[in-house]
Design a protein around this ligand. Structure first.
Ligand SMILES: [Zn+2]
Length: 202
């Protein structure tokens, strides 16, 4: 028997999720089909609502709901410091430490010549605008401790060098080649505290 078209589509859609292969997608699809109506509607409504209400904040690159960004609109944050991270997951990790209280800038990727990811593919333009217009005194470069993350940090440091701000990079401590989100909290806290200054503005 051939797979029904709508089921094939559902499986194809689920396969787009990271780490989900054909087998898992199939299993999930049939589980969804066998859910009772209330549960299935809840899932569909949640997806629909996320699609309608969530978009990317044009300032920091994070997610915002109904055009309100919880990071940019948080007035309790220290407006003198901005931390630049590769992905949104890093924000969650750093927030959990409870030792950083400044603002965020999420690049949504790293520069990677080998993967064809260039200047226009990551959230760089609004970073320059923020540095120009904001009153940040320090920019902490917390991109991934990978070759691409390093390349990105160096590029940003060069790009911002002429502005009267301190530029620092997380001290590693962190395992090279890894992703920030997998670092344990103690290591990450230490690397934040022990950050290296690329350029210090007095
Ligand atoms: Zn924002």
């Amino acid at each position: 028997m051939e797979e029904l078209l709508s089921i094939s589509n559902l499986i194809e859609a689920l396969k787009k999720l990271p780490g989900v292969g054909r087998k898992s997608a199939e299993r999930m699809a049939y589980q969804i089909l066998q859910m009772d109506t209330t549960k299935r509607d809840f899932l569909i409504d949640a997806l629909q609502k996320a699609k309608n209400d969530i978009d990317t904040c044009p300032t920091c690159g994070s997610f915002r709901e109904n055009h309100i960004c919880p990071l940019c609109n948080d007035e309790t944050r220290d407006s003198s410091v901005l931390i630049v991270v590769s992905s949104f997951k890093d924000v969650l990790v750093i927030e959990k430490l409870n030792s950083y209280h400044g603002f965020y800038h999420i690049l949504n990727g790293n520069l990677s010549p080998s993967k064809g990811i260039g200047l226009r593919d990551i959230n760089l333009e609004s970073l320059i605008a923020r540095v120009k217009e904001g009153d940040f005194k320090e920019i902490i470069l917390a991109t991934d401790p990978t070759l691409d993350g390093e390349t990105t940090a160096l590029y940003i440091a060069k790009m911002l060098y002429s502005y009267p701000i301190t530029i620092s990079r997380l001290a590693y401590g962190l395992p090279m080649g890894g992703q920030l989100e997998y670092a344990d909290e103690l290591t990450l806290t230490k690397s934040l505290e022990g950050r290296k200054f690329i350029k210090k503005e007095i």
